[in-house]
Design a protein around this ligand. Structure first.
Ligand SMILES: [Zn+2]
Length: 392
């Protein structure tokens, strides 16, 4: 019984802040409008790219998220939806699924590599990232993650090394010289020492007040570690959407444009712990960040918004009859009857990709052997095609 109430409270908790706040039945159309209808967009000359990565956000995780939003998740309303293969290079031989290091490297550099490698080719060569390319075009660049900065996904965009060498990766990221803004979760456990960022070697300024991010001039490189949370009570100041919003104000001061990577990292942790409640809390918080990016881009004609996942986590399967009201129902033995987890690790399942800005002909970019799919590395090729001045 105790478990039932915990689950019930958790459902209420999810309702309490997801999808713009309030339960679906509480919604006032005037105050809380429906998710924006997202068409292809009319971008002709791409100045800005916003890449949002839901770590571990599989196809059925998205379906479950849709149940808790009256009109579905903002991200799932986006155009140019296509299935994306995530296998790392090692996965071809050994049947193991990708990790975030290899998947992030594929997204950031277009090179499929081995698990554990961050920004490195299978031959251990340092790879050029989309961040490097953006900086080469004198654009501003930002990296946001809801987990510690030394995590594999953020590191693949600006560092080079092995995913477990946290201190080396962080030092590499600080000294890359190509990132103007780093925002990550406060590292309460002091996994690594981040002082190099604010040293004279790297030259970042620690911004402690989130409000100050948007007020900061581009001549100041920002380093912010915050107690980022998807918890309703503490998310006001440090929510993912707030951080995305503040960062867009800062980065868009550059007339040459910007590249922003923003990761919702803990959807993956919900998968690893087989916790639907955690997964949904994090997914709905991530989706609000997508909403901010979409609304920002819809007011302009120069910004591409890309949403994808690096891989699926947990082998989550949603039952055909699942609804928001019965999702947490259990059988007489206490087993969930409307969903299932197949594993506590990553899987090789395809993930969704969405792109707002223009109609995309994926056949121009796809290296997948399957029709109507692309590979994660092709996402880099697509992004790079939007920044055509640089020969990669
Ligand atoms: Zn993971």
């Amino acid at each position: 019984m105790k478990k039932f109430w915990a689950l019930l409270l958790s459902v209420v908790f999810v309702f309490s802040f997801g999808c713009g706040g309030g339960t679906p039945s509480d919604k006032d159309p005037d105050v809380d409008p429906k998710p924006i209808e997202v068409d292809y967009g009319n971008v002709e000359n791409v100045k800005n790219i916003i890449l949002l990565i839901g770590d571990g956000m599989g196809v059925d995780q998205i379906k479950a998220g849709n149940l808790f939003c009256e009109n579905g998740l903002y991200l799932d309303g986006m155009p140019n939806k296509i299935l994306t293969e995530t296998a790392s290079l090692a996965s071809d031989e050994t049947e193991i699924a990708t990790d975030s290091a290899a998947a992030g490297t594929a997204l950031a550099t277009g090179v499929r590599t081995d698990n554990g490698l961050v920004g490195l080719s299978p031959e251990r060569e340092q790879l050029t990232t989309i961040v490097d390319i953006a900086k080469g075009l004198c654009k501003s660049t930002g990296i946001i993650t809801t987990e510690k900065l030394c995590g594999a996904t953020p590191m693949t965009f600006s560092a080079h090394g092995n995913r477990d060498d946290y201190q080396d990766l962080v030092n590499s990221a600080a000294l890359s010289g190509n990132v103007d803004l780093y925002i990550a979760e406060d590292d309460a456990a002091d996994t690594v020492n981040y002082s190099i960022f604010t040293s004279s070697l790297a030259g970042y300024t620690a911004i402690n007040n989130v409000d100050d991010i948007s007020e900061t001039s581009l001549s100041t490189k920002i380093f912010g570690l915050y107690p980022i949370s998807a918890d309703a009570e503490s998310m006001t100041d440090y929510s993912f959407d707030r951080l995305v919003s503040e960062s867009l104000e800062y980065l868009s001061k550059n007339e040459n444009g910007f590249f922003l990577m923003a990761e919702g990292a803990h959807i993956d942790h919900g998968g690893h712990s087989n916790s639907v409640e955690r997964m949904l809390d994090e997914l709905l918080a991530f989706d609000l960040g997508v909403k901010v990016a979409l609304e920002w881009a819809k007011n302009r004609n120069d910004t591409i918004v890309i949403v994808t996942a690096d891989h699926e986590t947990g082998g989550f399967v949603l039952g055909d009859k699942a609804t928001k009201d019965n999702l947490f129902d259990e059988d007489e033995y206490g087993n969930a009857i409307n969903y299932n987890w197949l594993t506590k690790t990553h899987t090789g399942a395809d993930v969704n990709l969405y792109i707002y800005g223009m109609k995309i002909d994926y056949t121009k970019y796809s290296t997948s052997e399957s029709a109507n799919k692309i590979r994660n590395a092709d996402v880099f090729t697509i992004m790079n095609s939007f920044f055509p001045q640089v020969i990669s």
